[in-house]
Design a protein around this ligand. Sequence first.
Ligand code: N01
Length: 835
Amino acid sequence: MYLLHELRANGFSSRVLEAGDDVGGTWYWNRYPGARCDISTTDYTYTWDPELHEQWTWSEKHAAQPEILKYAQFVAKKHDLYSGIDFNTKVTSAAWNDSAKRWTLNTSTGETITARHYVMATGCLSVPKDPDIPGTDRYQGPVYVTGRWPHEGVDFTGKKVAVIGTGSSSIQSIPHIAEQAAELVVFQRTPNFSMPAFNGPQPADRAARLEADRKAYEAEARLSSAGVPMEMPTVSALGVSRDEAFAMLEKSWQKGELLALGGTFMDVGTNREANEVICDFMRTKIKEVVNDPETAELLSPRGHAYGTKRPCMDTNYFQTFNLPHVRLVDLRKKPISSITETGIEFGNESKDFDAIVYATGFDAMTGAIVNVDITGKDGLTLKKKWEHGPLTYLGLTSVGFPNFYMITGPGSPSVLSNMMVSIEQHVDWIRDTLIDLREAGVDTIEATPVAEEGWRVHCTDCADITLFQDTNSWYMGANVPGKPRVLFPYIGGVGRYRQTCDEVRARGYLGFELSGSSTKQRNDGIVRQVQPDVDMVLEMMAQMGLPSMDSMSPAEARAFSEASSAMRPPGPEVGEMIDGTLPGAAGPLEYRLYRPATKGPHPVVVYFHGGGWVFGSHVSDDPLCRDLCKNADVLIVSVNYRHAPEDRFPAAADDGYAALQWVAANVASLGGDPSRIAVAGWSAGGNVAAVAAQLARDNGGPELKGQLLLTPVTDGSRQHGSHHENADGYILTKSLMEWFWNHYADQSDRSHPKASPLLASDLSGLPPAMVVTAQFDPLRDEGDAYARALMGAGVPVEHLQARGHIHTSITMVDALPSGKPPRAQMAAALRRFLH
Ligand code: N01
């Protein structure tokens, strides 16, 4: 409806084809009893017509389906949209004609329509899925599907009714069906989390904010995470006691807002243990309400993380199971063997019903799109292209399908957001794009394969740091047999997604090919490459406007670094940590020993911290040392070598080697195994480790089993490409690196292999290495060069090029989930070297 309005307003000719006989979409089809919005309706409204807010007042916080449908009709009438819509008309097929540069659409009414641009605004949850239960066609009584509810309503008074499924539709309708039915049996396969809607008038705080400044409120919604203004949580569910956590959750619960509950803690979406806190809270609530403990337990979800199946909002759902005529059947124990002519056979029971309600869900996100036979360039159908999962650029377009767009398509925030905000954003983007194309004389726009693949990778990166993958949900396509298993919506957030789409336009349609009779432009590229959690940290830091370290004195930089370190999560528990001193090259050095909880003697890793030779200490990489100690099952000795500018080159290198020698000589007394020693280090510490390995080779030992170099400094003698490419914006900057070098070593010393291990004349005979480099690190190329040079010299090397990472991100244990896989690989490498 909004798109029709905008196309007309901007002088495009357009037609809207609609399968139903009225407007309303999801609110037209889903008329089951109890259907209502579960986002506060103040947020679930159009913003494009400011007059609507004066002319329409929602009666309730969560408006019911009839009221939302009336709203859609009201808007359609007000803007004369009915006249632009062909009702009772389905698109049966659509094909791209490459010579005419137009789409040809065939409809259920027998019409053929051609159009320059083709938009599918067919909804994410509009095709009910096959219930996938044997015998469904045998039943002779009335059958109802929640997503196709009769317009005249259904009277269940005095009837024996079966409801199959316990998702949102069922959870909303069951209390109403139970009010009428003489007997209700609910067939549950998976219990769901649900909270009471506490419906009533509009929440006063939101109403006041809207009243005060509607524009600001709407702008905040557009840049928010889920399309509703919300304060972002900063507390970990694991950072407070259980009682405190429950008190905080209770406060959110009382608001009767789904997003408030899920947004109580910062880590419920990414950390299973943190998520379990909210699961526990929800299960406690069920027990408080349901009288029969066995039924309460059956209704309590245990197998999936909160939020990974769509959580529900209800009114008296759990209470309904206290009614004497309502029964819950656990399909995991008593599966349905068949629907019969008169009822349902399940477990060893057979029961007759007067009506069966299927609340079994939808072929979500892609069903409505691929059910239309859409053929793009070279005869490729969208169904074929998407057989292993939807491939889109921005969830808006797809390679091979020029001038084809989707509203809230897979790969866009869609169902993980306030749909109204996401729909408006897509309409705005498509409208602006069509205007741009018209002004530039462009006939076709098509995403490039590079951009589409980049978007797929980015969507996967976002999904990988969440808990969604572990749950069988319709978000993952798991409810439809044979559907590919991927996270269909984009989970990077509404605000970031909007900024991405805007950026694509602002950068001259990055990732698109545009062509017209006298113009052709292919602006290839990938719009988001930094890991999503790393990107968020970078954005937060940019907003904080922190001073650059290279503008500080070394003392100030050390204080700043220590203050930042104090705010990190501590890392995993290890068996034991002991602080001590060891003899360095010119005096005692502090060290910290990390011992695993497992039985020793353990192999030993001598570790050198990061900090550009200027700051850091034996405890400054604590979380990383703990992580490696635990996951590689090794004893770690982290050494506080001397720092510049007080002690310049080669102090750090000499201390590194001296510490290694001392550890080797004292391994047994430390509880380690003398025959299994390796070195490791990060950044400047990676430099110290690499140099120590070379010195050990050249000076008679100790014999090392391996070296783990994380984003190491290997060459201070010259500039590498990544110094320029990643000069700024990724925490370690080119100028900070220069500041480090200036404090550490004279120009003339930087070519010495003890400063630049890459420049050693011979790299053969060094221990097996794992070299980890990060894509957005100024030091990337020198690390890559060292890995290649070691390989060239015959050293076994595992070279991990961490995609989307920056110099510091892999060390941020428990703060950045995307760092976990590379750290796991590092631990695995240490295990290979040493176990
Ligand atoms: O569908 P669902 P829905 N045998 O897929 C079960 C939105 N919505 O229509 O979980 C037995 O969630 C299935 O079991 P399981 C909202 O986004 C919004 O309820 O697969 N059971 C599940 O319990 C929502 O998420 C609103 O083990 C079978 C149920 O059927 C989405 O629409 C209101 C089965 C299906 O649940 C879909 O909700 C309503 C089988 N063969 C909906 N097949 C509001 O905004 C499936 N099930 C308020």
